[in-house]
Design a protein around this ligand. Structure first.
Ligand code: 5GP
Ligand code: MG
Length: 187
């Protein structure tokens, strides 16, 4: 029997190894512990990309917290005014609560910026934003996350929750796809 094809075969270059990710998540966890360790925060993962990061992050946070998720899309006409479409909403009422929005990567800034506004409008006591990766060159709105794991250049990355066409989320590291994979699907 031949071995199944590995998503690793599609990677041209590793941007953050599993070890580097672990160190980065450790550092973020230390900062969050200092800032929200006494606030019983709701840690809200932005689906789907943040599911791996959030799972690793909360296991390094040794204080009371809750976990929730939101799925939002910043793509389409409705995003022009800085709004996002919420496809899966939180299960919790955030009124009076401290919230940490957790996303995989900060790109144009539209998603986290709009989600933060939405949660503030719902009466959250505070909304902090945390992302593993940041591509500052791609920003389209005036937004910076409170906690950033690592800044990367303007490249499309996959792995550790991040997908390309719904695949590659299960890679334990973050890497750049081989260019011919984009070109073959864009044709
Ligand atoms: P934005 O900051 O543009 O509103 O959106 C951020 C979202 O776009 C992320 O949560 C992620 O889903 C997606 N995204 C942005 N850059 C990349 C990337 O390099 N790779 C992948 N897989 N998704 C990305
Ligand atoms: Mg996302």
């Amino acid at each position: 029997m031949t071995a199944p094809q590995s998503p690793r075969d599609d990677i041209a270059e590793v941007v953050l190894s599993a070890e580097e990710i672990a160190e980065t998540v450790d550092a973020l966890a230390a900062r969050l512990t200092e800032d929200v360790g006494c606030l019983q925060p709701i840690m809200v993962g932005v689906l789907t990309g943040a599911f791996v990061f959030l799972a690793d992050l909360v296991r390094r946070l040794d204080f009371p917290l809750e976990v929730d998720f939101v799925e939002a899309s910043s793509y389409g006409e409705s995003t022009v005014g800085g709004e996002v479409v919420i496809r899966i909403d939180l299960t919790r009422d955030v009124e009076g609560r401290h919230v940490v929005l957790v996303d995989d990567i900060l790109d144009t800034g539209r998603t986290l910026s709009a989600l933060r506004s939405t949660l503030r409008k719902r009466g959250a006591r505070s909304v902090r934003t945390c992302c593993l990766l940041d591509k500052p060159d791609r920003r389209e709105v005036d937004f910076e996350a409170d906690y950033v794991g690592a800044k990367i250049p303007d490249v499309f990355v996959v792995g550790y929750g991040l997908d390309y066409a719904h695949g590659h989320r299960n890679l334990p590291f973050i890497g750049v796809l081989r260019t011919e994979l984009y070109q073959s699907t864009q044709a």
